[in-house]
Each structure stands twice: as structure tokens, then as C-alpha cells.
Design a protein around this ligand. Sequence first.
Ligand code: NAD
Ligand code: TYD
Length: 352
Amino acid sequence: MRNILITGGAGFIGSHVVRLFVKRYPEYRIVNLDKLTYAGNLANLADVEDCPNYTFVRADICDFEAVCDIFRRYDIDGVIHLAAESHVDRSIKDPFTFARTNVLGTLSLLQAARTCWQESGYEGKRFHHVSTDEVYGALGFGDALFNETTRYEPHSPYSASKASSDHFVRAFHDTYGLPVVVTNCSNNYGPCQFPEKLIPLFINNIRLGRPLPVYGRGENVRDWLYVEDHAQAIDAVFHRGRTGETYNIGGFCELSNIELVKMLVKTVDRLVGNPEGRSESLIRFVADRAGHDLRYAIDASKIRDELGWQPSLGFSEGLERTVRWYLDNEEWTERVTSGEYERYYKQMYGQR
Ligand code: NAD
Ligand code: TYD
């Protein structure tokens, strides 16, 4: 039996990782540690909450004593760390929260792992840190893709905080021998993503006939990966990745924002039965994001060649699945945006 601590399991990517592990590994105990911020939502995990190998614990990763207590109580021998503040626009408004959770929270987990695992030795232990391609900064249009040796050059407070957390993770490996692996992934999309990120925000706005605010001229490029493919990649690296290594994860799917938004408009219009192209009139070019990175693009050949992972879903199929999920789950979007879930959790678990 392995006792795996997944942090941030109530969030977007975390909930897909928790579901995959709970279902695929009935012999493991999966402990989901989440603070349930505005972005964390246990409704994302309704289908696994009664599984005997699943446990939820509400805690803040910055609370070192609480984290140590969880390590000891559940005899944790593996960590998959996803808990974070994750939205660039929020980081521009409130960088302190990002430094606290992403940097100090990661440090608190690392220190807990080191302290608790030292007693029994590092044999059979693993700390998997889930990070982003944004730590590498921005590419120009003609530049080669990011690979695992690309220099860190973060620009936003979000990416600076994630870069700092990546450095702490490697420092714990180099200094204390902590058995770590790091993954840096490109933009994810799919069900249960909080509707402040581009794809779910725009699906909701198209559905409601609201404007679609495209930053700048919509020329910025992102590499998109369906979230379940990311969860599969995490599984591969957690189990088979080489200790101390970094693996980049990407969709081999670069799109400019305006290309993507046009595809999205077409897909939503088709699925809700609007005349073709009707919602294109909702597109508005608005003031650019401060420090907006021009292009992210990942070379994911290391994980493909070493571990045999590659994306299973093409973008148009993934996008259609995603749009269908949001159209079928309007209530989910209404509840997360109105704060209804947050109020409920506050009542149930007390003030954060
Ligand atoms: P998310 O914002 O949807 O979820 C974050 C989760 O962390 C939430 O459940 C939240 O309640 C929890 N959390 C936040 N602060 C916490 C704290 N102090 N203590 C405990 N829990 C806390 O994020 P996401 O998009 O699912 O991203 C998950 C991870 O993957 C992050 O580390 C992010 O940097 C990384 N990542 C995301 C993307 C992407 O496209 N979304 C791409 C690459 C990497
Ligand atoms: P986002 O989903 O916030 O992810 P990230 O900033 O981590 O890449 O944004 C994806 C791209 O879409 C990014 O280039 C910013 C752009 N964008 C808009 O043009 N309008 C919006 O309202 C949002 C939220 C993002």
C-alpha cells in the first residue's frame, strides 16, 4: 500500500489527478489536502468521495504543523503537489498571496516531507512537484521550443512564484537528497476549470451573449493540452520518472488566442444551435495584460522518449468535449462564480 498525498486535489487539474489515482490504484490510499479557496470545489470529486481509498483533509499547505500532522497520521510516502494560486491576472493584482501559497506553501511541504521521511529513510519515497511552462518566460515567434534545459526567466508574479517553488524543490534534492521530480506543463483545458481562465470564461460568455475580451490583438500563442492527458503524464512521471529530473509536458498544439477564440465561437454556436459565426460579434480587443508573454511552446520529447507518454486527444475533439461539459453543467459554473460553494464550505469547515 502506498499512501499518496495530493495537494490541491479539489482544483481543476488536481481533481482529475485524484480521480485517476483513486480509480486506477485501489490499493493506494489517496489523501486530498486542499484549503478550498475560491478555486477549490469538492463537487469536482463527487463521483469518488465515497471510495474507500479516498480521504479529504481541509488544510492550508502553509500551515507546517498541520502538514506534518497529516504526513504522520496517514504515513505518507508519496506527494503530488498541485496546490497553488494559479491565475496570472490575479497575481498581477495580489502578488503576496501567490508568494505565500506558491513559495512558502511549497517550502512547508518540502520541509514536512524531509522531517517526516528522515526517520524512516527516503527509500520508496517521492515528492512530485507540478509546475508550469510559464517559468521559462516568453518565446518569440521564430524561437525554438522550451525544453528542460531552457533558462528560467519568469515575467508575471505567478510565474515568478512558481519558478521560486521549482528552485526550492531542486534545492531540497541537491541539499538534502529529497527524492523529487518536477513537471512543467503547458496550458490545460477541460471540465472543472474555474471560469476566469480563457476557455471556460469565454464558453460562459458566449452562452450568455456577453462580450469576449481578447487581450491586445489576440496574437499571443499558447500550447494547449487536455487536462486528462496531463493527469496521465503525471501518473507516468510519478511512477516511472527518474529521481531529480524535470519533464516538460505539452500538447504539441500551438494556437494564437484569436485562432482559439474563433474555434471556440464556432463550436459553442454549433452545439447550442446558433446560426454559424453569430457569436463572433462578441469579440472585443481590449487593453493588453501587463507583461503579457508572447508565446509558450513546449518540446515534450523527453517524456515521450523516456516514458512513452504523449497526448491522446486532438485539440478539436478536446475542445468539443470541454464545451459539451460546460453546456451540460451550467449550474456548476453558476455556483462557482456566485460563491455559493465557498459559502457552503465556510459553513461546513469554518472560516479559512
Ligand atoms: P486551480 O486554481 O484550479 O486549483 C488550485 C487548488 O489549490 C484549489 O483547489 C485550491 O483550493 C488549492 N489551494 C490554493 N491555495 C492553497 C493552500 N494555501 N493550501 C491548500 N490548498 C490550496 O489550479 P490548477 O489550474 O488546477 O493548477 C494546479 C497546479 O498545476 C498548479 O500548481 C499550477 O501552477 C499548475 N499548472 C497549471 C496549469 C493550467 O493550465 N491550469 C498548467 C501548468 C501547471
Ligand atoms: P489564461 O487562461 O489566463 O492562461 P495563462 O495566462 O496562464 O496562459 O490566458 C490564456 C491566454 O488568453 C493568455 O494569452 C491571456 C489571454 N486571455 C485573454 O485574451 N482574455 C481573457 O479574458 C483571459 C482570461 C485571457
